[in-house]
Design a protein around this ligand. Sequence first.
Ligand code: ZN
Length: 257
Amino acid sequence: MICNNCNHRFRGNFCSQCGQKAEVERFDMRSIGAEAYNFVRSIVVLFFQTGYRLTVSAPQHLQTFLFKDRNYLLPSIEYLLFSGTVVSILTIKFNFFQTGYNQIDPMAQMLFLSTETFIFLNHFFAYTEQYSSLTNILSIPCFTICSYLIFYKEKYTLGEHLIVNTYIAAQQALFLLILFPVILFIPSWKGYVLDGYIVASIGYNCWVYYGLFPEGKWWSAFKVAVCVFLAYIVGLLFNLCIYSLILPYKKLIDPFV
Ligand SMILES: [Zn+2]
């Protein structure tokens, strides 16, 4: 038999060179339906498995994914795009964050900022809340570089750090998704829930780093704290740069202008 794909001569049901099927089935509505169903089902099942695994025991499961089985978790970018997109739609549709708009007031007065800077920063923080998914995604490279440099001794590659930090960001978005019904149905709890969420996200990030990069109990804990703190600062500065770049278009993007 001659392969339809690579013209290799072979016997049996599959091409021995490229794996192409000997006979290609014709499409009919039934086969299309079955294919679509299997595709959606496998993605949905893997999505829930990934969510569960990264909630109960992220460090071990990430190691399994990185070093043993690539089908063990939904690919990081798909996982991030899915949870990030759903969170973006919900936060924008339901004006999720807009309560904490003036949260930097006391800090600005303490730091003796000028009125212009103060207003600029207020707009910037409103923007980071409104577009929290976008700012989180833009922070991933900052977290990657920080964790790569600080845990350099652990011999993870830069790419592996990127994958780990992408999963962390996606998982943080997923946690917000889980809290969403609480905020929607009990609006008076919103402030507490969001504060708790921020603390939990930071805690989650620390827990994953601590589990993945063990360098001795206290030393590791110290490095994790430094790394997460530094990464948040770098991420904030990076987002501030991006925000300054898009400032000329801010009427399009800033809901408070
Ligand atoms: Zn072939």
